[in-house]
Design a protein around this ligand. Sequence first.
Ligand code: V47
Length: 383
Amino acid sequence: MFDHAHYARLGLEKTYERVLAGTRLTPEDGEALFACPDIHAVGALAFHARARLHGDKTYFVRNRHINYSNVCVNNCRFCAFRRDTGDDGAFTLSREDIVARALDDGGHPFAEIHVVGGCHPDLSLAWFEEVFRALKDVRPRAILKAFTVAEIHHFARQEACGTEAVLRRLKNAGVAMLTGGGAEIFNPEVRRRICPEKISGDDYLRIAGEAHGLGMASNCSMLFGHIESHKDRVMHLCALREQQDKSGGFKCFIPLAFQPRHNELARELENESARAGLQTDTGLDRLRTIAVARLLLDNIPHIKAYWVMLGVKTAQAALHFGADDLDGTIMEEHIGHMAGADAAQALTRRELEDMIRGCGLTPVNRDALFNPLPKENFQEARA
Ligand code: V47
């Protein structure tokens, strides 16, 4: 790392001291890190924080994403995936299709099954309970991670009950964890412009807290690189940190880099002539955001370099800017790809391990809850 004098020259003397002492950074530290002209100095602090937590361990998971439908009652302006019922390209999988996808694992069960697909107008909570029980029947050891808190809110409305009651039913049906999506940016002004129908940031945090209170884990996220300011990002991260102080169940933070194709928000940004004052979407901005997240989120253990949205190469670089997780094999991804992500649809376990070793780090095969998994036989180890 650079020395004290270097950080003092950058005006980051106190931030440097706090990182070295392992004490909490302030929102002002976060903003100063965004403003710092020396990206290496920011990255070095984040790598220090990441190494203190995880050494050179870098996590990945053999997982499968299953998108049950793209029909959604919300109309988030950044989303290229959603459709209305009856639109061209609208789809809804049957229970049998969903189970078949979970079984399509070459005989080596996925450690995580990740099920998302938006707030469907007709599919009921009871239907999903049956789906999850069927998945648990065929793959009892896989950890089921499903829905964002936005869907929990949607089911509560549909069922005219509280969100905690929905969470209890899902937990009883075998769901161990919620996915991190749906957080976007908490600033209500930005939220109104990018996802006007979606639950508020306060509701996002409240429902995540309820899940944690019931012993369910969840991830959390931030959609960045569109119309939000650096201050919005810092405030968003601090709100997640505050919630984590209260409820403690966030396992991992996922910085989701905005994919600017085939969605309304992207068209608006393209057409906007006066873009002065907005950040441009550069690889360095992505790396810096990951670094600031690692430094501010002192109570969230893991930071994900989600290779689908970052691209494989930037995800590798992110492992040296504070991230310690690459997510997983995925197998089939639509949300990012429909919005322009140009990464592959799937990576093999071997590719993930090679990516990590290629960065001089040590791969750790994990489950959805970040428990390291024992070494399997050679054949499975390469699948
Ligand atoms: O909720 C939608 C975001 C999320 C775009 O929990 C977009 O482990 C960028 O949450 N550009 C879904 N992002 C993905 C997600 C996720 C992915 C991997 C792992 C986990 C986890 C969660 O993607 C949505 C939304 O926030 N999104 N459109 C877009 N154009």
